[in-house]
Design a protein around this ligand. Structure first.
Ligand SMILES: CC(C)(COP(=O)(O)OP(=O)(O)OC[C@H]1O[C@@H](n2cnc3c(N)ncnc32)[C@H](O)[C@@H]1OP(=O)(O)O)[C@@H](O)C(=O)NCCC(=O)NCCS
Length: 206
C-alpha cells in the first residue's frame, strides 16, 4: 500500500501518557517546553540552535501536521506530542523518521521538557513507540542514534533492551562546541524483548 493511504490508529496510550501526531495549534505548548529546556536541547539537538519564536514554532507544528496528512517522511518528520494523561501537560516529543517502507524499518528520536525529566516518562514513551512500530507499522527494525556522550539519551535504548549495533567513529560534530564525536546506533528487532508495559492505540480503548 502507498504510505499516503495508510490509516494509522492514534492516539497511543500508556499508563501515564497519551501520544498523538502534531496538529495545527500545537505551537504554544511546544514553544513553552522548548524555551524551558533550551539549554539541554541546545547541547545535542541540531534543530535547537536558537530559541524559537512563536511563529517558528507554528511553522514547525504546521509542517509536522502536514507530514502526517501526507505520510511524508521528511523534515520535520512524523512528530508526535507526548502528553501527561493526568494533567494534559505537553511533556515532550518523539518521532518516526527515516522510514524505509521497503524493509520496513524506522528510526525514532525524542526530547523531554526539563521539568518532567527523571520520572521514566520518555522510557515509557519509547517502549510504546517501539511496540507500535512492530505491531502497527510492521517494521523489522527500529533504530535510535545518539552522541556517545549523551548519557541520558543512550540510557533509554539500554533500559529497553535495545542492542548497541555500531559505533560510528568521528562521524558527527557536537552542536555547541563543533568538536568531533562518535554516533552510537542502537536497534531493536523484536518487541517481545521490551520491558512489560500496557500500550493501546486507536479511538476505542479509553
Ligand atoms: C534524552 C532524555 C529524553 C532522557 O530523559 P530522562 O528523563 O533521563 O528519561 P526518562 O524520562 O525515561 O527518565 C529516566 C529516569 O527516571 C527514573 N525514574 C523515576 N521514576 C521512574 C519510573 N516510574 N519508571 C521508570 N523510571 C523512573 C529512572 O530511574 C531514570 O533515572 P536514572 O537514569 O537516574 O536512573 C532527556 O535527557 C532529553 O530530552 N535530553 C535532551 C534532548 C536529547 O538529547 N534527546 C536525544 C537525542 S538522541
Amino acid at each position: 500500500m502507498k504510505p499516503i493511504l495508510l490509516n494509522l490508529p492514534m492516539p497511543i496510550r500508556t499508563p501515564r501518557l497519551l501520544i498523538r501526531p502534531f496538529s495545527v495549534g500545537d505551537e504554544a505548548i511546544v514553544n513553552a517546553a522548548i524555551l524551558e529546556s533550551f539549554n539541554e536541547l541546545h547541547q545535542y539537538m541540531d534543530w535547537a540552535k536558537e530559541k524559537p519564536s512563536i511563529d517558528e514554532s507554528e511553522e514547525y507544528a504546521r509542517l509536522a501536521a502536514a507530514n502526517w496528512i501526507l505520510m511524508k517522511c521528511e523534515e520535520p518528520w512524523l512528530q508526535l506530542c507526548i502528553i501527561d494523561r493526568k494533567t494534559n501537560q505537553f511533556i515532550g516529543a518523539t518521532s518516526f523518521h527515516h522510514i524505509d517502507w521497503q524493509v520496513p524499518s524506522v528510526e525514532t528520536g525524542y526530547w523531554i521538557r526539563v521539568s518532567r525529566a527523571n520520572e521514566g516518562l520518555m522510557t515509557e514513551a519509547i517502549n510504546a513507540i517501539t511496540q507500535y512500530s512492530f505491531k502497527q507499522l510492521k517494521v523489522k527494525r527500529i533504530a535510535i542514534t545518539c552522541d556517545r556522550d549523551n548519557i541520558r539519551s543512550k540510557m533509554i535504548p539500554e533500559r529497553l533492551g535495545y542492542t548497541l549495533e555500531a559505533t560510528l567513529k568521528s562521524n558527527r560534530r557536537k552542536p555547541v562546541t563543533g568538536d568531533i564525536s562518535d554516533t552510537l546506533i542502537y536497534s531493536c528487532h523484536d518487541c517481545n524483548t521490551l520491558p512489560e508495559l500496557n500500550v493501546t492505540w486507536g479511538d476505542n480503548n479509553e
